[in-house]
Each structure stands twice: as structure tokens, then as C-alpha cells.
Design a protein around this ligand. Sequence first.
Ligand SMILES: *Cc1c(COP(=O)(O)O)cnc(C)c1O
Length: 382
Amino acid sequence: MSVPFIDLKSQYKALKNSIDSRIQKVLESGAYISGPEVAELEKLLAEHTGTKNCLAVGSGTDALLLPLMALGIGRDRLAMDEVITTGFSFIATAETICLAGAIPIYVDIDKKTFNMDPAKIEAAITPQTKAIMPVSLYGQTADLDEINAIAKKHNLFVIEDTAQSYGAGYKDKKSGACTTAAGTSFYPAKPLGCYGEGGAVFTNDDNLHLAMKETREHGSEKRYYHTRLGINARLDTIQCAILLAKMERYDWEVEARNRIASNYTENFIGLEKFDPEFSTPLIKPGNRSVWAQYTLTVTNRDIFQKKMQELGIPTTVHYPLSMPDQPWYQKNTPHRFEVPNARWAGSHVVSLPMFPDMDEATAAKIIEATKTSVQFSFENNK
Ligand SMILES: *Cc1c(COP(=O)(O)O)cnc(C)c1O
């Protein structure tokens, strides 16, 4: 049997009874939009992350757009608002800043964690800066204490992109609970995934929560009375029912992902002697990753991936281009700062299969193939 990059079917089998019965209940209830499962999920996720408020929304993209819209960033101003973000993320981060009508200002990343380098932020602040949008990439929370301190000093909002870090630990808190607002994604391949599109937005600020709730429903304060510019960003009841079932073993899944990641890392010790650019993920003290991805760096990535494929192991690149280097963003967003580490990451990162139901034999096969391919790719660089 070939190794999958992510095995969602085993997860479904493990939770089948609960998922099926919860879906069936929604089907029979007729409450397909805004059914009771929506509020039930919001309450559960707020508790689980230690955040005061949670809203279930239509996607991770919606979850980032809503706080920007509700905070009035990018609209109603003569000068264009600026939002400082990382150079290295999935495109939805820069995209939502642009959709809100603001300008993304990219700063470089820390080469070890792939997250925004807080030391680069202050130089990027201008009178137009309204917010900082860090991304907690690959499952590890960004350096939020440092980022929040800068934001406080300059009176800026912080919106954490937690699309890859739902449930991650940050010191004595969780990802999503530490900033003005945070948006996560329930795309099926994310650590907490539903069976379609989905997301959630978190905040400790009750006024912002209300503003985002109205924005989610076409900017309506009450039915057919629209006091804001909004969108339709509701999450349907069936997806909420599925997520309620998935939450039954989510903490176990995070444990399992951590076990798999530690096993990988222990077995890859010493591989840097075959490839000087080889590295395993660095998790900073005080952080607990949810391992959305287990991401290595290698010198000759194309050869590495090809060798892995020959050995039956799928790999993926998250992401091959920095955000400012994406064609539309290259043309339409400013490049005020160089992002050499983001560029370097774009050409060196490669992710291994990662899913909580991985068995030991599969893990062993992936480890052996990786060892072989690291050595092979460095020696056969023609
Ligand atoms: C997946 C992802 C998003 C977007 O989430 P969708 O649910 O696909 O809209 C945003 N930011 C990051 C970092 C992501 O990985």
C-alpha cells in the first residue's frame, strides 16, 4: 500500500459513529444554516483555546478578512492603511489584506522557525500602519510576546493567522487567544479539518466580536438592516456537527502528531553531515506545535523529492514562492524590504507526510526513505 501525504480516511473510520449520527441529526432537523451546532461549536472552541469569543465562519480566508473589515482597516481613510505581515505564508494572508483595501508590508522570517522575525517589524512601521498580521506557520505559534509588545508601543492591532496552528500552545496560553483577533481554517488538510470549507475567528474583545458577527451576516445589526459593509461568511451547520465530532479526539491527535514529529527528528540526527543545508524543525521553548506540517530543508530539493517519490513517499512544498514574489503581488504590492530568508525557504523547504493515525511501519518507511534521499540528493547534484 502506498503511503498517503495525509490520511483522512482512517480518521473518519475512527470517528464514524459520532460523525454519521451528528450529520444525520442535522439532516433531520432542517436547520442547515445557523442550527444549534453552530453555537455549540463556537462555545467549545472558545473554551478549548481559552478565548472569550469564537465565530464559526465559511473558510480560513473569511476568518482573516472579517477582523480586518470589522476593525475598519483598509476603508474609510484617505491614506491607504498598511498591515505588516510575513513574506512567507499561504497567499490568503496577503490576499485578505489586499481584499480589505489595505497594503501588505512584508518583513522577513526567522530561518529556523519560518515565522515572522519580530526584530524586522519596527523598521516597517509608518504613520499608515494599522495592524500586524503574524502567521503561526506549520503549527508553531509566532513570537507573539515580542509582536504584541511592539504593537502596544505603536498602538497597532494584531491579527494572528492561526490557519495552521489551531490548538498550539504558546507559553501558558493557546494560539488564537493572545492577540486582538485570530483567524483559523478548517480546510480538510489542516490540523482541525471539516469535510468542506470552514474556519473560525477568535477575540477577547466583545465589541470586536459583535462587529465581526454582524460583518459575517452582510453587515446586519438586525434582519434586513445593514449598518456595515459585510459579506456572507457563515459556516453551515453540518460542518459544525462534523467539527464537534472531530473535537472528541483532537487533543489525542495533537499528542500523536507530536509523537510522530519527535520520532522523525530523533531519527534524522546527523543527516546534516551529508547535506549542510539539512535541518529539522526547530520548536522554540514555550511552544507546543500542532504539526500542520513537518518541514525539512535540503540543498537539492528537486532531486530529494524525486528520490522520495521513487521510494514511494509523497512530499509537498509549502510554499515554493515567497508572497511578494507571487506574480500578482509582485506587480501590485510594494516591496519595501528584502526578504532573503523567505526566498531561501521557498527554494529549500519540503514537508513529509504527517497525520495522527500513522502507524509505526509507515513512519519507519518514511524515515528510511528520507535518510536515503538526503544523502542521494546531495551527492547527485548534477
Ligand atoms: C489554509 C490557510 C489559509 C486559508 O484558509 P482557507 O480555509 O483555505 O481559506 C490562510 N492562511 C494560512 C497560513 C493557511 O495555511
